[in-house]
Design a binder for this molecule. Structure first.
Ligand code: OGA
Ligand code: MN
Length: 207
């Protein structure tokens, strides 16, 4: 499935994470694979299998539309489709590499499809829960083919040197330290599609 440059993309992610805590890789995966993922997501969307996203974990989980207004469909790790399984395998390669370089102790991946309809956004936040430090690395694959300049929905990353806006183009992959990198999704002017997930440590206490 991959050309020789896939391993050099993983190398670049390692260097970027070491240097600045985040990485942006355009054309991370082949276009036909990304189109298939998008088609799968749109079929879930069309059959009403998305729910409004929530914030927090466990008892403190609530839906706060002032903070985020996207819709999500979680992958079921025990019942992945063929495509979702392929995506998991790709992310697992990244996980193994991150573990080799940074001894992060990453064990599993939790992910979901995300749709941001027109008018939606996600205000500035960190992905790691305060109560629970399981999420270590945020991984996002964008699936916006035919994106237009005014479509909005850029990912804004907050760094020590200022903010950076990332265009969520199809096949682009972003990853960053979930405990360190503040980020937000700017207001979307048309539907915005992505797969968002987290490489996590194992939850030994069943939280
Ligand atoms: C998230 C998130 C960013 C993006 O789902 O936690 O910040 O660009 N997503 O989709
Ligand atoms: Mn986030």
């Amino acid at each position: 499935m991959f050309d020789i440059s896939f391993s050099s993309k993983l190398e670049r992610i390692i260097d970027d994470i070491a240097e600045k805590g985040w990485s942006e890789i355009p054309n991370f995966l082949p276009e036909d694979f990304c189109r298939s993922l998008l088609n799968e997501m749109i079929s879930y969307w069309n059959s009403g299998e998305f729910k409004k996203a929530e914030i927090g974990k466990g008892d403190s989980q609530t839906r706060i539309p002032e903070i985020r207004s996207d819709f999500i469909h979680w992958f079921d790790p025990n019942n992945l489709t063929e495509l979702q399984n392929q995506y998991h395998n790709i992310i697992n390669e990244l996980k193994d590499k991150l573990n080799r370089y940074f001894y992060l102790g990453l064990e599993d991946f939790e992910g979901h499809f995300a749709v941001y309809p027109e008018g939606s956004f996600y205000k500035k936040h960190l992905d790691q829960f305060r109560s629970q430090q399981l999420r270590q690395i945020t991984c996002i694959l964008y699936l916006n083919f035919d994106r237009k300049e005014n479509d909005g929905g850029e990912l804004r990353i907050f760094t020590d040197e200022g903010t950076i806006e990332i265009i969520p183009n199809a096949c682009k992959f972003i990853c960053f330290r979930s405990d360190q990198i503040y980020h937000e999704v700017l207001i979307c002017k048309s539907n915005r599609y992505s797969i968002t997930g987290w490489l996590r440590k194992t939850d030994v206490f069943g939280q």
